[in-house]
Write a new protein. Structure first.
Length: 390
């Protein structure tokens, strides 16, 4: 079993529990949602709708199902019983008290699951991301680093390049990241992905769902990243409407994140993997510049997204692509950030980033690179280590 690590999300979860009658925690399967919720020490009863009998009871008579439980109650995989949401809504409307229900889900709570009305105004939602590099190394949460140019940006990062490189290979799901045997990790990911593709994704795609096609689309997205590109609809040979349907399902189950192109750009929507361990498991080759770039891009995005989520700050939702230029991975507080895999190409990458800065009207830009110490403000462009925000 993995050695437990303190999770930065715990404080955010506690804040929600002090205010909202319903607290929702969503994220990838086996990312640690139940473990984190139980750490609150507020749960009187726990039930999982992965249990077929419990799921049948909740669907058949949701009100009766709830009346039999002791509050505060933790309901795992609650998305499997959409009728429960209306029953919970009625229950909390009768008596609004903070921390009555804790709901976890490995899928977004959405109308696609047959949820007729959300718990808007009654639920505080938090997404749990894979363990960050700082969590894995038991460093404290550094909220002051959640800005492109924080106060320590000119100093050597608190985590080294080697630690970032190792972390991006392992990903952040607790079980595989602490497995010492690479073959055990590969077996875990095969089993984990099979479970999701043959069970969870079907719920979103519906009729004519093909799990083999789902796997091929994920593999194609991974290979596109490994070739130094970012996956858009044009990278898939299948019919675009079909691919979009599967990609939306992957996003709803947190396998992927969708990023839109900045309004100043001409690019289309792209997708980023929800964990680098999953991405690594889908790649046939385990080395090379393209693979390193794909993993670094993905790991850095998830690192930043996790920190912003736990600090209740606006998440990053756009990248930049012009008609001729190469993609800029993130636009964060108006600052374009481009992730690079080798230092020998920094001159060319600086020109590419400068063109994007001009188009965006930004006076500063960042190249996130495999370097140990930062180089600040050369024509407005800083070269920062991958781990600058870890």
């Amino acid at each position: 079993m993995p050695h437990p690590r303190p999770r930065f999300a715990l404080d955010a979860l506690e804040r929600l529990a002090r205010f909202w009658p319903v607290v929702g925690l969503v994220g990838l399967r086996q990312v640690g949602k139940t473990t984190l919720t139980l750490q609150l020490s507020k749960v009187a009863e726990q039930v999982s709708l992965d249990d077929d009998q419990a799921q049948e009871e909740a669907e058949a008579a949701p009100g009766v199902f709830l009346s039999k439980r002791h509050e505060p109650i933790l309901i795992d995989e609650v998305q499997k019983s959409p009728k429960l949401f209306d029953a919970i809504k009625l229950t909390v409307d009768r008596k609004r008290r903070p921390g009555r229900f804790f709901l976890t889900g490995s899928a977004r709570f959405s109308a696609k699951l047959g949820i007729r009305e959300s718990l808007a105004g009654r639920i505080g939602l938090l997404q749990l991301y894979p363990l960050t590099l700082a969590e894995a190394h038991e460093k404290p949460f550094a909220k002051d680093q959640l800005t492109p140019f924080h106060k320590n940006i000119g100093k050597r990062p608190r985590l080294e390049l080697e630690e970032f490189s190792a972390g991006m290979r392992l990903g952040g799901l607790p079980i595989p990241m602490f497995a010492r045997d690479p073959e055990q990790r590969r077996m875990y990911w095969r089993s984990w992905l099979d479970s999701i593709l043959y069970r969870d994704i079907r719920r979103f795609v519906g009729r004519n769902y093909n799990p083999e096609l789902a796997l091929r689309i994920l593999q194609q997205a991974a290979m596109t990243l490994a070739q130094g590109d970012v996956p858009t609809l044009k990278n898939f040979p299948q019919k675009s409407t079909l691919v979009r349907q599967y990609l939306a399902a992957f996003t709803d189950c947190f396998l992927l994140h969708k990023l839109d192109c900045h309004d100043a750009g001409t690019g289309k929507e792209i997708w980023v993997f929800g964990d680098t361990g999953l991405l690594d498991s889908l790649l046939p080759q385990q080395a090379g510049e393209g693979v390193n770039l794909a993993l670094a891009r993905t790991y850095l995005y998830n690192e930043l997204a996790a920190g912003l989520e736990y600090a209740s700050l606006p998440r990053m939702s756009t990248y930049f692509k012009s008609a001729r230029g190469t993609p800029v991975d993130l636009i964060w507080e108006g600052v374009p950030i481009k992730v690079v895999a080798r230092t020998s190409s920094l001159g060319w990458e600086e020109r590419s980033l400068a063109a994007a800065m001009k188009k965006l009207g930004a006076d500063r830009g960042i190249l996130a690179a495999p370097v140990r110490t930062p180089t600040l403000e050369k024509k407005g462009i800083s070269v920062l280590p991958w781990s600058s925000w870890s």
